[in-house]
Design a protein around this ligand. Structure first.
Ligand code: IPM
Ligand code: MG
Length: 374
């Protein structure tokens, strides 16, 4: 096994599975089977542990992210998360206990500032896209979203009472130079290994933070990444261009809120939100080389199809591939998974979300098919 910071010499890497709510448990259990298969065959070594987060954790322990789970998360070499949230909790949980807070706290406290969301269109799925096949065939975009700052976390936030007795509600968009610089560096470093084009999406025409974002990105580019092409694009135009001519993009660098929106758009181009994996990474510790890392499918908890055995486990399985590649430097195993997904799709196997003319198969059957290929 390759040595790396997250598997300190000799120590067994630890992987924490946080299945969460909705379809989370169903999809994570398929990724677990893949991981266990690698371990049983002696291809990979790791200890796997589980914990509850989100609405289930609130129900059982009164907290969507109990302290003991946070402590485990801080120690884990890598985390695989299913999804959090469901309408039941929107109705029943108080606002300060809502399931999404588990995710937001993990992002903040583990300082997971770099969210990588690749949107790749598998050949076999071009027909499942809502765009014409020629627009998406071969599509390969990487969205690099700032994840630990911006309007998701800016202070002040919340309700306030006005002198006239009426209410006002505030969210704050704030970015420091350092926060913009580090996500910019991440995007450019990744672009160097791809087509070397970065579109930086902001609202510099309206927002002060947008203007500042553009300034910092321009400076970093001039200072360190001249070999990469930088294009500034307004975030609204970026959304439009994504559905007009998506293949013009290579890496899209953007802030937390725009990244949330643009990654959903990009995801749908590939046929289904059910296919999109993601990695959320912290800074690498200069001394130990260790890096906090959480991997999760982009699609969310899909409560409408939970417990029916029909959810698509591929985004979670592909998130596991990202984990193996990024946290454990096991490109070989990651590629094995990705090739297996390609083969299974080419054979016409589809869960309901990506089926066009095929008869949909179950979550478990999709897991079986992937296991047979890896
Ligand atoms: C995402 C999700 C989250 C976000 C929610 C669940 C808090 O939409 O990861 O894109 O808004 O970041
Ligand atoms: Mg989102």
């Amino acid at each position: 096994m390759a040595d790396n910071g997250n598997a300190v010499m000799g120590a067994m890497p630890s992987i924490l599975l946080l299945a969460g709510d909705g379809i989370g448990p169903e999809i994570v259990s398929q990724a677990r089977r893949v991981l266990q298969t690698f371990i049983e065959r002696g291809l990979f070594k790791a200890t796997i542990s589980d914990a509850q987060v989100g609405g289930v954790a609130w129900l059982q322990e009164g907290d969507p992210l109990p302290e003991h789970v946070m402590a485990k998360a801080k120690k884990a070499d890598a985390i695989l998360l299913g999804a959090v949230g469901a309408p039941q909790f929107d109705r029943e949980a108080p606002r300060d206990k809502r399931p999404e807070l588990a995710l937001l706290r993990l992002r903040k406290e583990l300082d997971l500032f770099a969210n990588l969301r690749p949107a790749r269109c598998f050949d076999a799925l071009t027909e499942a896209s809502s765009l014409r096949p020629e627009l998406v065939r071969g599509l390969d975009i990487l969205i690099v979203r700032e994840l630990s700052s911006g309007v998701y976390f800016g202070q002040p936030r919340g309700m306030e009472r006005m002198p006239d007795g009426s209410s006002r509600c505030v969210d704050t968009q704030a970015y420091s130079e350092g926060e913009i610089a580090r996500i910019t560096d991440t995007a450019f470093e990744l672009a160097k290994k791809r087509k070397a084009i970065v579109h930086s999406a902001d609202k510099a025409n309206v927002m002060e933070t947008g203007h500042f974002w553009r300034k910092v990105v321009t400076e970093r580019h001039a200072k360190k990444f001249k070999e990469v092409e930088l294009k500034h694009i307004l975030a609204d135009n970026c959304a439009m261009q994504l559905v007009r001519e998506p293949k013009q993009f290579d890496v899209i660098l953007t802030d937390n809120l725009f990244g949330d929106l643009l990654s959903d758009v990009a995801a749908m181009l590939t046929g289904s939100l059910g296919m999109l994996a993601s990695a959320s990474l912290g800074a690498r510790d200069a001394k130990s080389g260790r890096q906090n890392a959480l991997y999760e499918p982009v699609h969310g908890s899909a409560p409408d199809i939970a417990n029916k055995g029909i959810a698509n486990p591929l985004a979670t399985i592909l998130s596991l591939a990202m984990m193996l590649r990024i946290s454990f430097e096991r490109d070989d195993l990651a590629t094995r998974i990705e090739k297996a997904v390609e083969k299974v799709l080419a054979r016409g196997l589809r869960t309901a979300d990506i089926a066009t003319s095929q008869k949909p198969i179950s979550t478990e059957a999709m897991g079986d098919a992937i296991l047979a290929e890896v």
